[in-house]
Design a protein around this ligand. Sequence first.
Ligand SMILES: Nc1ncnc2c1ncn2[C@@H]1O[C@H](COP(=O)(O)OP(=O)(O)OP(=O)(O)O)[C@@H](O)[C@H]1O
Length: 677
Amino acid sequence: MQVFRAHWLAPWFNHPFLACEITHQGLVLHLKNERHSLTWQDLTAPPARIKGWRFYRLHLYCAQGDLELAWLPKPVADALYKLLTLTWYQVLAARALPLATQCLQLLEQGYLRQSRWQQLQKLLATLEPAAGKQAINWASLTPPAELSDREAAAIGLLSTLITADEAWREHCCAEYCQQMLTDYADLFDSLETHPLTDAQRLACVVDEDANLVLAGAGCGKTSVMMARAAFLVASHQAKPQELLLLAFGNEAASEMSDRLARHSSTSGVHARTFHALGLMILSKVEGAMPTLSPLAQQDSARVKALANWLAELCQQDESYRQALYGWLKNKRISITPEPDYHKLAREWAPIVAALKLYGEPNLTDLSPELAAQLSLILPLLHRYQHELAEQGKIDFDDMIEQATDFIRQGRFSVPWRYILVDEFQDISGPRAHLLQALRDAAPELSLFCVGDDWQAIYRFSGGDVRLTTRFADTFGASRITRLDKTFRFNNQIEQVASRFVQQNPEQLTKTLTTHTQSASPCVHVLPVTAHGQTEAISRLLGQIAAEQPQASVYLLARFRFSLPDLAQLTAWRKRFVGLEIVTQTVHAAKGKEADHVIMLGLGRGKYGFPPEQSTTGLLERLLPETDSFAYAEERRLFYVGLTRARQQVFLLADAQQPSVFIKELTSGGYPSVSKWG
Ligand SMILES: Nc1ncnc2c1ncn2[C@@H]1O[C@H](COP(=O)(O)OP(=O)(O)OP(=O)(O)O)[C@@H](O)[C@H]1O
């Protein structure tokens, strides 16, 4: 035990301090009439040494109130100062070391995500002094040279972290990204047939708790999904089985699977649809594959069943029959000899589905006509539910909901660390809840979503674009990165398409640049009569084949029945052998591309583009809220059509009654649109 004494003159001048004894726990001060013990933790800072006229004083910063040890001869003051300072730092280092180790482990996990940042703050909060005690001023610490490197580093780290703010976190994130971009430059150069752009690379490495990559059409969202998967595996942040890629349709999921399989690093990564994910979760939890009702799997089976139930209800329930006939009469829909149940069932099927998904609307909010329609449709929903219960089967909505419940109940252990979602702009509320449940069940899980709010076109089946435009409201701490260079189409198509879609002020603003340029207009409007359409397409195909013998051509329409039939298609394929001609709806062409696009059915009316006479007043009330801009969703769909083309778009407009979109393009100040005929 060491004792440091004040000069013997001290008591003569009424100073109470006589000596200081250093123990393992702290120090014992010998005062004139008493002894006073202090633990090392009572000292909130290293001592200060103050030179007096002849003697020195040591100032002790104590939680209970500061003290002064005076009348110390210089050698005593120096030795005591050195010992107290060193011991104080050693005691602090003993506390700091385990904490700094935990903080380092968090920091070493990579990108300093918000969730990791919060865990850090929690750890650092353990350094807070007890109530009423003074906090250590970490910013002013200067550890002595006698501390070991580890001790000094631990104190240094905690001082940095305690004073760190959001800008510091941002700096760490940027440093991490920079490091990854350098380390994996070769991977990003060689993964695809083309090297990724800087913006695409950055989108791959940013790693917040939830990430949204917002990009225009053709900006390489799919390439980025693939590259991110490869990067996560190559950088050992995840094993292939810890990644899950999600798509909406089977075709997109299997295309992703093929692309993943082509690279050794991602060959073990799974791409699934949301439905396949739901099935997998249910079968894992229940030990057997759930059986899906045929009513869920085929639209035609569902419509047929609804039509039968309508006919049955009319036969068995006179009041229902009268109500239905009355409603149809009001709508001037023919009922002789009996209503067209099948047509009615086809129109009401989406309403039944929406009622199931979103529940019944408040009757008082509906007009008498819509309330009457609702009361006619509700019995169909009940029959549908009853049928599923009878069969002991479920539909897709039940599956997603049950899967979400199982996860929330902790009955499914989440094996993934990263979930990557394609075409995110079309996600529905229930699917977003499923993702949230997965995230909550696995706090280290990071979401990576790629989408384009300009291409949100699935509201009729529950897609809710607000989940994209207000991403952070649903998914919390998030980072949005943008891709603004399109590789698919040229500046001429871009000028038309971007201007067209941004007429709706509620679309997020984006400025796209294009990889290819064209000096002359590439969007052409051709007026055609109903009879002249086939001839016009033949001429166009001939012209395309003459200029470019090997090319792909999409014939796109708003409705399937507006497309040429198979016989006609086969004839064209025989005649223009070098052309790869595909007919499909604009919805089906989403995510795909061709050299040339010919859009058909661009007239007015119920089956025009946009379809003008809405039969879905009730459906509108049930679906997720939409923006108030007229034909907002149809405008986005038209944008999707325009942006499928790499080189040229031909818009075959109804010569008598051109679509309002065509009128806008030809007279709304679009200099890049050329008018033929
Ligand atoms: N860095 C790049 N360099 C050259 N070409 C690229 C690059 N990135 C993507 N592409 C090409 O651009 C085209 C569009 O890519 P992709 O289909 O991934 O776009 P997207 O953003 O998913 O489009 P959309 O939203 O319209 O479906 C593809 O032909 C792709 O190969």
